[in-house]
Design a protein. Structure first.
Length: 139
């Protein structure tokens, strides 16, 4: 499973980079549950919409998969990403700031019969939004 899980995460990361969400149809079943706190849980179609809106706001998004770990029916993937808030998007009401941002985090993927059924995406959304100028710094 380690190679398959790593390949999945590489391909999924590229969806975020390119904004080409049709690839998600090949990667995940329609009823996948995608957890992306603090946002509501998403199925495949909602996830595709979120990624498309995210890519509009951050068209220069890049991601590096730093580590992949698999154990039976669960895999973990640690990543680093960066982008600049330069595009209009329904996800972010404030106008683009032109400021760069970066984050690190993991994805945890639960597998059944070689397909992801549940995915947890945990990243520093507060830090991401503060760095790009959407949310003011605390304190």
């Amino acid at each position: 499973m380690t190679t398959a899980a790593a390949d999945f995460m590489t391909r999924f990361g590229q969806v975020w980079v390119t904004g080409k969400t049709d690839e998600v149809d090949e990667l995940m079943p329609a009823d996948v549950v995608y957890h992306l706190p603090p946002f509501p849980d998403m199925d495949r179609e909602a996830l595709k919409g979120f990624i498309a809106g995210f890519h509009q706001a951050f068209p220069d998004f890049t991601i590096t998969i730093d580590e992949n770990i698999s154990d039976q029916d669960v895999s973990a993937h640690r990543w680093t990403c960066q982008a600049t808030y330069t595009g209009e998007s329904p996800l972010l009401p404030p106008p683009p700031t032109g400021k760069p941002t970066q984050a690190t985090g993991p994805h945890f993927v639960h597998w059944h019969n070689g397909r992801p059924t549940e995915i947890w995406h945990n990243g520093d959304w507060l830090g991401w939004l503060q760095s790009c100028g959407v949310v003011p710094a605390l304190g």
